[in-house]
Design a protein around this ligand. Structure first.
Ligand code: NAD
Length: 482
């Protein structure tokens, strides 16, 4: 990562403030468009070294997926190999080696951004950016040297940070945010998680597979309220079977640190309870990183909750200032931020730019994965859309059976009048990969019949999507049509 701008390099066509998946991807595209680009990023890893990639590469998507994969293999070696006819002694966990592999992957990818910046001619600046009036940016390096940059366009992409509960402050040791929860040096015997959202479930299942007794406390009564109800129910059943103790309608109201762990007080319909755990992960959402970013005279409006207000094409209230990713409305997803970064970089260059907000895939990387795109059955009912639904269980998929991962289902929802696909929902093996086909289908406004008439290789997991599309018209070939 470059330490500071070179002398005389203080004028740019575009300056990105923030180098996570929204900012660094946008910066690369802007440079590809022939613009003179700088990208400022303040991230520093535990060793104090700066790195591009933001939460996603350093403390989120990439390290968590590394641990999810490792913990899944550990679990399967202990619980599944025998059913394949492979006898092994009880697998032994070398957590230090697992963590080192994870750290190596992160290093490789953040280093990869440096190389991409270099080859595209993006000036990478380690330090903080502060937006001043008139599209000027005060850049302060980590060494404390300040420099004034000027840009035709500024793109704010400073991401988000975990929300802290006033009664459960992060201490990096016992009460953990999502980053610290990836770095535990030992498997806690009893792990508590506040929030059964995406992060709570992903991290809860990592440590559960490595041997922790995991209890997840969720304030809402409905499990995964944003997920299609049928899929959420199926996932909940599977997680329960795996030993995850998910308590719904359980609102945490207090915590108290003891000598070894923490006592977590929560309230549910039956009253007040106290849960004793050795470590506690707080995963109750994220908030945008916009404090201290904007000079009040820069003219950029923020919402009450700190989000930067933008139009459909990510323009802020100040001319030439844009904002993308977790600091603006919409789901806090890396791929959504990246697409916004690309859109803005193309619009600035006078090209066509577009994000289809109706077709953003979501994936929860548990085992099995949960993935979806478009509308849920509940949303269609509420909007009074006349729809047809088709489902197919992985139990009838030859490939899923061969993989010993035949739990879960695929569901396709299509408009009753036009047959257009309105939503696809999956819980099962490789759901995050399978959803890609549904995303392309919806992007091209496919009908269920289009999916029905598309040849799917046999034997693959994707056949389950084909069969679910056939089931929309009660024409599934490998299931009884009800
Ligand atoms: P979330 O909003 O997904 O879930 C937080 C949960 O905490 C909610 O269900 C909420 O009801 C519950 N909660 C809040 N206060 C509580 C309390 N006092 N007691 C009990 N429960 C309480 O938030 P997250 O899991 O922290 O994730 C943050 C963001 O990061 C989300 O926008 C998510 O989409 C994104 N993210 C996505 C991925 C992915 O795409 N795979 C992975 C990680 C994070």
């Amino acid at each position: 990562m470059t330490g500071s701008a070179l002398a005389g390099d203080s004028k740019y066509d575009v300056v990105f403030i923030g180098g996570g998946p929204a900012g660094y991807v946008g910066a690369i595209r802007a440079a590809q468009n022939g613009l003179r680009v700088a990208c400022i990023d303040a991230w520093r890893n535990r060793d104090g070294k700066p790195a591009f990639g933001g939460t996603c590469l350093n403390a989120g998507c990439i390290p968590s997926k590394a641990l999810l994969e490792s913990s899944e293999l550990f679990h399967r070696a202990g619980h599944e190999f025998a059913s394949h006819g492979i006898r092994v002694n009880a697998p032994e966990l070398d957590l230090a080696a697992m963590q080192a592999r994870k750290a190596g992957i992160v290093r490789q990818f953040t280093g990869g951004i440096d190389a991409l910046f270099k080859s595209n001619g993006v000036a990478g600046l380690a330090g903080r950016g502060h937006l001043l009036p008139g599209n000027k940016i005060r850049y302060t390096s980590h060494a404390g040297e300040a420099e004034l940059l000027e840009a035709e366009h500024v793109v704010l992409a400073t991401g988000s940070t975990p929300i802290e509960l006033p009664f459960a402050r992060f201490d990096g040791e016992v009460i953990l945010d999502s980053w610290s929860a990836l770095d535990l040096p030992a498997v806690p015997a009893r792990l508590g998680v506040i929030g059964a959202g995406v992060i709570g479930l992903e991290l809860g299942s990592v440590w559960s597979r490595l041997g922790a007794q995991v209890t997840v406390l969720e304030a809402l009564e409905r499990f995964l309220f944003m997920v299609d109800g049928q899929v959420a129910k199926d996932a909940q059943r599977q997680f329960k079977k795996q030993g995850l103790d998910i308590r719904l309608g359980a609102k945490v109201t207090a915590t108290e640190r003891g000598p070894a762990g923490v006592a977590v007080t929560y309230e549910d319909a039956s009253g007040r309870h106290v849960l004793e755990v050795d470590r506690l992960i707080v995963a109750v959402g994220r908030r945008p990183n916009t404090d201290g970013l904007l000079d009040p005279l820069a003219g950029v409006h923020r919402s009450d909750r700190g989000f930067i207000e933008v139009d459909d094409e990510c323009r802020t209230s100040a001319a030439g200032v844009w904002a993308v990713g977790d600091v603006v409305r919409g789901p806090m997803l890396a791929h959504k931020g990246s697409e916004e970064g690309v859109m803005v970089a193309d619009l600035i260059a006078g090209r066509h730019g577009h994000v289809n907000y109706a077709v953003i895939p979501s994936v929860i990387y548990t085992a099995p994965e949960i993935a979806w795109v478009g509308q849920t059955e509940e949303q269609l009912k509420e909007a009074r859309v006349d729809y047809k639904a088709g489902t197919f269980n992985f139990a009838a998929s030859g490939r899923a059976r061969a993989m010993e991962q035949a739990a879960g289902l695929v569901k396709v929802l299509a408009d009753a009048a036009t047959d257009r696909v309105l939503g696809v929902h999956i819980v099962g093996p490789m759901a995050g990969e399978l959803i890609g086909e549904a995303v392309v289908a919806m992007e091209f406004e496919a009908s269920a019949e289009d999916l029905q008439r598309t040849i799917h290789a046999h034997p693959t997991l994707a056949e389950a999507l084909h069969e679910a599309a056939l089931s929309v018209d009660r024409r599934a070939l490998h299931a009884i049509n009800h």
